[in-house]
Design a protein around this ligand. Structure first.
Ligand code: GTP
Ligand code: MN
Ligand code: MN
Ligand code: MN
Ligand code: MN
Length: 189
């Protein structure tokens, strides 16, 4: 990922900007009543069949990165969540789209807030069933025969969403470094 500071990214004259956010929460819920799921991490199935984070293109002539992200969240999730500059994680050049900078944010919520977002995403979000086919939770655990996180990582992702996910899981301590290494090694096998 060709990362740069947010300030450097904003000083580029002819680039477009997009902002996406990883919403996550701690949870005590257990899969099959037995396996700790530990954290909820939200992604979405996009119209193009690729997995990505909620968010989208921001028009800096009309809005800030964060207010544009809130507008996109209103469209895609049905809730205009406030994302602050402190939630910024990274900015980088998009790998496949010329002159596009993607800014990545992460916002910790509590479990009930995440559930409200999931509910709004299928009831009031105007993009539901169109640009967004559904919200998904990322399995952060390991299951039989590469199931769980390795199988999830074998899906197709938009742009650098997969590496944004992996580095956020590590830096926010949601999955250990050893487990991440195992998951990426088991993915696509
Ligand atoms: P429209 O409302 O249809 O214009 O789409 P949008 O504004 O919601 O834009 P979108 O979310 O598709 O993001 C714009 C561009 O950013 C995409 O074409 C991708 O190249 C890239 N992109 C989309 N999602 C992600 C993501 O989760 N991570 C990264 N790194 N890039 C993404
Ligand atoms: Mn959008
Ligand atoms: Mn848009
Ligand atoms: Mn979008
Ligand atoms: Mn749109």
């Amino acid at each position: 990922m060709s990362q740069m500071s947010k300030e450097d990214a904003l000083s580029l004259p002819r680039h477009r900007h997009a902002c996406h956010v990883m919403l996550y929460a701690d949870t005590d819920s257990k899969l099959f009543g037995r396996y700790q799921t530990k954290h909820i991490v939200l992604m979405q199935m996009r119209f193009d069949g690729l997995l990505g984070f909620p968010g989208g293109l921001v028009d800096l002539s009309k809005e800030t990165l964060e207010s544009g992200l809130s507008r996109e969240l209103e469209e895609e999730l049905g809730v205009a969540l406030l994302v602050s500059p402190e939630d910024h994680v990274s900015s980088s050049l998009a790998p496949a789209v010329p002159n596009l900078i993607t800014h990545f944010y992460a916002k910790k919520m509590n479990e009930s807030e995440i559930k409200e977002v999931e509910k709004a995403a299928v009831t009031v979000a105007k993009d539901h069933g169109l640009e967004v086919l559904g919200m998904v939770r990322v399995p952060l655990y390991f299951f039989k025969r590469g199931g769980g996180l390795p199988a999830f990582l074998s899906n197709s992702f938009i742009g650098s969403a997969r590496s944004q996910l992996l580095s956020a899981l590590q830096s926010f301590g949601l999955v250990s470094q050893q487990e991440l290494a195992k998951a990426t090694q088991q993915a696509n096998q």
